[in-house]
Every structure is written in C-alpha cells, then in structure tokens.
Design a protein around this ligand. Structure first.
Ligand SMILES: [Zn+2]
Length: 131
C-alpha cells in the first residue's frame, strides 16, 4: 500500500530565560540562563483552500503567546515548572501541549508531530506525543 502523502511545516522561535535543574548533581543545579530555540513541526495529508497546512503567522503567534510567559523569567517560578523540572525535555512537552491546544482551523488530519527545544546550539531535546 502506498504511504499517504504528507506535508510537513516547521516554525522556530527564540527566547531567553533562566532555570535550575532540581536534583541535578552538578553545575546545572544552580540558576543559569539559556538562549532557547523552539521548533514546532506540524504534519498533515491535506492543505486548506489556499494551499497551506498551517499559516506560519498563526503558528508563530501561538508560539509567541507561550513564549511571552517564559521570556526573561526564571522558569522554575512558573507553573508547571514549580513542580515539573524545567529540563529541555519537559519544556518541549509543555510547548507541545500549549501550542497544539491553541491552534485552530487546521485542515483535516493536521497535527503537531513534535517539538524541539535547544538549550544551546549543540544540545536539544525533542518531544513526540504517543499515537
Ligand atoms: Zn540549563
């Protein structure tokens, strides 16, 4: 059987914030900052009436709404990271939940497939929801 055609769209945004990893045995247990980069990827078999899987502008707007809460903040002070450790992994899951909850008007079958959070240029974590 032929695999279904898929379109994939990714958008990136950046922000700066501080965090401290609770329970980490090493220097990351202390407060420090990162210039974070977040990439959200959507996938779907169908485009809308004007040929888009998702409007880049809408996706960026939704991402910026989430980033607004975190930018130039100490992430450990913000829900859910007062309890959930603000690792890149947990932040990727947080972005997935917030962004997929706020996107609307997507064509049938379109969904967020993964979110990547870079803490540095060379270290990233990716969250993919279970099917
Ligand atoms: Zn860190």
């Amino acid at each position: 059987m032929k695999k279904q055609d898929m379109f994939q769209v990714s958008v990136e945004e950046t922000f700066s914030a501080g965090h401290a990893l609770r329970g980490y045995k090493g220097k990351c247990e202390n407060p420090h900052g990162h210039n974070y980069r977040v990439q959200v990827t959507l996938e779907g078999p169908q485009l809308d009436g004007i040929g888009l899987l998702v409007d880049f502008t809408q996706l960026k707007h939704v991402m910026r709404e989430v980033i607004k809460r975190l930018d130039h903040q100490f992430i450990n002070d913000l829900e859910p990271f007062t309890k959930v450790n603000p690792s890149a992994e947990n932040m990727a899951k947080y972005f997935y939940e917030e962004v997929s909850g706020q996107l609307s008007g997507l064509p049938p079958g379109a969904r967020v497939t993964d979110v990547i959070v870079w803490e540095t240029d060379t270290a990233m974590a990716k969250y993919c929801p279970g099917a």
